[in-house]
Design a protein. Structure first.
Length: 101
């Protein structure tokens, strides 16, 4: 598997209603410095319906400013529809929704 395939495999395993951070995925993919690589891989997601890139947020729980498939409002809506909990300031409540591997 190449790096992107590893990233996509990890993202596919994020359960509905939960999120992971770019950094978590980078670590699981083999290099904690690959957060930007994870972001790029998700930006060019070849299977948006099968690879749930909307379940990936930054380390502060913020959705992507330029969510590739409809903007940050679309990402938030997709997450809310799955039951992801948001804080009053608009960040995902990582204490509730973060996957711990």
């Amino acid at each position: 598997m190449n790096t992107f395939e590893i990233i996509y495999d990890i993202v596919r395993r994020i359960p509905r209603g939960r999120v992971m951070t770019y950094g978590q995925i980078a670590c699981l993919a083999g290099n904690p410095r690959w957060s930007r690589v994870v972001g790029y891989a998700l930006h060019v997601n070849p299977e948006p319906g099968k690879i749930p890139c909307h379940r990936v947020v930054n380390r502060r729980g913020e959705v992507a400013d330029s969510f590739a498939f409809g903007g940050p409002e679309r990402q938030r809506k997709l997450l809310e529809d799955e039951g992801v909990v948001f804080l009053p300031d608009g960040r995902v409540d990582l204490s509730v929704s973060l996957v711990h591997y």
